[in-house]
Design a protein around this ligand. Structure first.
Ligand code: PEP
Length: 243
């Protein structure tokens, strides 16, 4: 399976910057050996999707509501995001689990809503520094998977240790290899044969200088990239290290 390099722009940039990055990705993504995806803020989704239409770079959203319509002021549904040009959506990012108090059950409902709308969900899991220090990281991630993945899940899982996000300190190769093996086993337990088709991305301070080593690890199906995805050259350098 091809690796997936997904960029999460978070709440950064305005339309002019987004359009400039998208134009650079349109040129640069052609001929890459991996799949490439960018997830801009929702206000820029249709602009970015318009620039990237027909290119090798797909477009996704950073979150969706679990309902498809209704009295949810300020929220965006999966069908709306699809209508704006998204084909993918990140759900359960640790920043949303922390600052919006999203539970595993809510993340699962969002993943279901995404699939219903024809979006591929990227479900994020990952332990805090305290949980790792207490030796609970494997159990925490297994519990997040059990609670967050709907039956028959056919999306992508992103393992993102919270302490590695935006810190410049990625997990070690040994930590990533061990966790990805654990996640694969858990996916088999939850999904049976269908687990084979689920890519497991690593996320947390992936940069051009560590991408080749991290993407070369067993069962790393790609990367979810935050900070380095805001610069087209850095993001494309990471994608060039993928297979
Ligand atoms: C992220 O927020 O998903 C992420 C991985 O961020 P960064 O690459 O900046 O650590």
């Amino acid at each position: 399976m091809r690796q997936l390099i997904a960029g999460n722009w978070k709440m950064n940039g305005l339309t002019a910057e987004a359009a400039a990055i998208a134009a650079a990705l349109r040129r640069g993504a052609d001929g890459l050996a991996c799949d490439v995806l960018v997830c801009p803020p929702a206000t820029m989704l249709s602009t970015v999707a318009h620039i990237l239409v027909g290119s090798a770079c797909a477009v996704g959203a950073q979150d969706c509501h679990a309902e498809s319509a209704g009295a949810y002021t300020g929220d965006l549904s999966a069908p709306m995001l699809r209508d704006a040009g998204a084909g993918w959506v990140i759900v359960g990012h640790s920043e949303r689990r922390a600052s919006h108090h999203e539970t595993d059950a809510q993340v699962q409902a969002k993943a279901r809503a995404a699939a219903r709308a024809g979006l591929t969900p990227i479900v994020c899991v990952g332990e805090t520094a305290e949980e790792r220090a207490a030796g609970r990281h494997a159990a925490v991630v297994a519990q997040q998977l059990t609670g967050s993945l709907p039956p028959g899940f056919a999306g992508v899982v992103a393992y993102e240790p919270v302490w590695a996000i935006g810190t410049g300190r990625s997990a070690t190769e040994a930590e990533i290899a061990a966790m990805h093996a654990g996640i694969r086993a858990e996916l088999h337990r939850l999904l049976g044969e269908q687990a084979r088709g689920v890519r497991i991305l690593y996320g947390g301070s992936v940069k051009p200088d560590n991408a080749r080593a991290l993407l070369g690890l067993p069962d790393v199906g790609g990367a979810l990239v935050g900070g380095a995805s805001l610069e087209a050259a850095a993001f494309l350098a990471i994608a060039a290290a993928a297979r």
